[in-house]
Design a protein around this ligand. Structure first.
Ligand code: ATP
Ligand code: MG
Length: 602
């Protein structure tokens, strides 16, 4: 049997327009660059989160819309916190998010390839054109900023030779205090006027590992009175006797982000270097470094947009790592995490994430995005895609006293009313059933349209039933409802058209399969958990509830790549770690926004 496929009828929103795309479009119109070249440069110090998804969708979206390429680059200049586990997860998450959409725009390089100084048109080009996509049989890997450490070192030497950088012996604390503050000029380092030859010699010896961590730095010689503190002789290199996940023990000095980033962009032929707003103040330094080296044109340029902040969650990798380390969650891919891997495991599709990224738009104003915007994109996607199934989360036994003991019927039901191509399945029906305990009340309030003593309700796809008797155990707990079915009320029957207000879901007790169901909720109880104090004080103690559900037998064939709507309940996805015969379903999202209803009540 072939795996049934859920095609993706969700129409993609039109390509957005925003101030960055306007700039790119103008550059394309004037023919400024031979090709538009963006990059996505994560630091491999954690798993990617939904904020990164915004950046991925922007950078790959631009490459896709303007016939360009987007390099995947590990921004790995800080050896201490980085790890190959993170490199692998980043690769998997980026591929998952862009596959079938911008996968053919992915700039990678042949496995193990190192920078070659190819002089072409008077500039160093690195793997231009880069290997696009993953086809062609060759093993590919992402670009690494650390692959450019030799080049970046040479650029540093060139800056010293031009008198634009010097080795400084101030301690880290003094370097900090000499910098001053935005309202107070900095103080020049006593080593600022050190001779070029001496700086060159010391820098070489820093590289040779002669000095301990923190003993010296290489600094740009710019202006200690600049209003922008980033221009006050920023540190370009620091000493770190630490092994690096990609370069091993080769280096004992590492370039700072600001020095490595613009040069990595330049070496890869990036045209538009897009980052979040907090880097706006770094832009003059980005330009100063490239200009000071008098590099052949064209130079890359930096553009900034507002980062995504999502309500009811934290986004910084440092805080997410804390949740993992403190075992608040089961791992980076816990379905409650705002990570791409967590959202994937929860059942969110790449289309839903991309539509979300497009819906929120790209602006210059930081703000907090309402969770409802994400949830809307997820529900819209799953409503079109999910196969409907019957499952009972809190089983209450129902016995139909007028239904023959040995009889089983098979009722027809479509897989997805939104998608005729999804076909149908048969649901077994018998004398003993389970309904959800929530769908019965012994003494209901007014306007309760589900089952009550003496009341009637329709069983979806089946009969109207009436509750005749409530059976309780010695402790007074309801253990069974004894009901009668209107045996003419099935579709096509004489009383099929009888108006009944409530319709509830059910499963046949004799045919139901058990499944573990994990009901996830928000990880935090407040919209801005990291606004003040310790964000972990706002953890939602009820963010996970585990139940054993009774499910219609078609769910025995559930596939992790498919999505399901348990009718009247929520959308679910099979957990990829489910053992055979022991399905685990993760609740992706409820059918409606239950929090909004609670707010109205309160
Ligand atoms: P965090 O602060 O969450 O640890 P980061 O900025 O240190 O994230 P990087 O790995 O350096 O994470 O980010 C890679 C790219 O993703 C950068 O270009 C960064 O600007 C972008 N990015 C990171 N977080 C967000 C966000 N919340 N919204 C949009 N883009 C983001
Ligand atoms: Mg960072």
């Amino acid at each position: 049997m072939t795996t049934p496929s859920q095609h993706t009828p969700t129409p993609a929103p039109p390509a957005p327009s925003d101030f960055i795309r306007d700039i790119v479009a103008a550059h394309v119109a004037e023919g400024r660059y031979p090709r538009i070249h963006t990059r996505f440069p994560p630091e491999p110090n954690g798993y990617l989160h939904i904020g990164h998804a915004k950046s991925i969708c922007l950078n790959f979206g631009i490459a896709r819309e303007f016939g360009g390429v987007c390099n995947l680059r590990m921004d790995d200049t800080n050896p201490a916190k980085e790890d190959v586990e993170y490199v692998d997860s980043i690769m998997a998450d980026v591929n998952w998010l862009i596959d079938g959409w911008a996968g053919d725009r992915l700039g990678m390089k042949p496995l193990g390839a190192t920078p070659q100084a190819i002089e072409s048109n008077g500039r160093k080009d690195y793997f231009l054109p880069p290997v696009v996509g993953q086809g062609g049989g060759a093993k590919l890997e992402p670009f690494y900023a650390s692959d450019y450490f030799d080049e970046i070192y040479e650029y540093a030497v060139a800056l010293i030779e031009k008198g634009r950088a010097y080795v400084c012996d101030l301690s880290p604390q003094d370097t900090d205090s000499y910098r001053g503050a935005p309202d107070r000029p900095g103080k020049e380092s006593p080593w600022r006027e050190r001779g070029i030859a001496e700086s060159l010699d010391l820098f070489r010896r820093m590289k040779a590992g002669e000095f301990p961590d923190g003993a010296r730095t290489l600094r740009a010689k710019i202006d200690m009175t600049a209003p922008n503190v980033w221009m006050r002789d920023p540190v370009l290199y620091r000493i770190r006797h630490t092994e690096h996940h990609h370069t091993g023990a080769k280096w004992t000095i590492y370039p700072m982000y600001d020095f490595a980033h613009c040069l990595s962009d330049y070496l890869e032929g990036i045209t538009h270097s897009i980052c979040t707003l907090e880097f706006e103040v770094h832009r003059p330094l980005y330009d100063w470094i490239l200009e000071s080296l008098a590099l052949p044109r064209p130079l890359p340029h930096q553009y900034e947009f507002a980062r995504l902040s999502l309500a009811f969650t934290v986004m910084s990798k440092r805080k997410l790592l804390q949740l993992v380390n403190d075992k608040v969650v089961t791992g980076w891919d816990d379905p409650r995490m705002p990570t791409i891997s967590g959202l994937r495991r929860r059942g969110v599709t790449p289309e839903a994430l991309r539509h979300f990224a497009y819906n929120i738009g790209i602006t210059k104003y930081n703000g907090i995005t309402d969770l409802a915007v994400l949830e809307h994109a997820i529900r819209e996607d799953l409503n079109r895609r999910a196969w409907r199934r019957l499952a009972v989360l809190r089983p209450l036994k129902v016995v139909l006293t007028n239904y023959p003991e040995d009889k089983t019927e098979e009722l027809d039901a479509v897989n997805n009313p939104e998608d005729p191509a999804a076909g149908s399945r048969r649901i077994p029906f018998g004398r003993a059933l389970y309904i959800d305990a929530d769908d019965f009340m012994e003494t209901p309030p007014p306007k309760y349209f589900r089952l009550r003593p003496g009341g009637e309700v329709r069983l979806k796809y089946a009969y109207i039933i009436k509750c005749d008797e409530v059976v309780k155990d010695a402790a007074g707990k309801i253990i069974e409802l004894r009901c009668t079915a209107d045996l003419d009320s099935k579709a096509g029957g004489a009383t099929a058209g009888r108006k009944i207000k409530g319709a509830i879901h059910w499963v046949s007790a004799a045919h139901a399969i058990d499944a573990e169901v994990r009901l996830y909720d928000r990880l935090f109880t407040v919209a801005e958990p990291d606004a003040a104090g310790d964000f972990k004080e706002h953890l939602n103690p009820d963010s996970l509830e585990v139940l054993t559900a009774k499910c219609e037998p078609a769910l025995r064939e559930a596939k992790p790549e498919l999505r399901y709507q348990f009718e009247r309940l929520a959308y679910f996805a099979l957990d990829p770690a489910s053992a055979p015969g022991k399905p685990v379903f993760n609740r992706t999202i409820t059918l409606r926004d239950t929090w909004a209803r609670e707010k109205q009540k309160g």
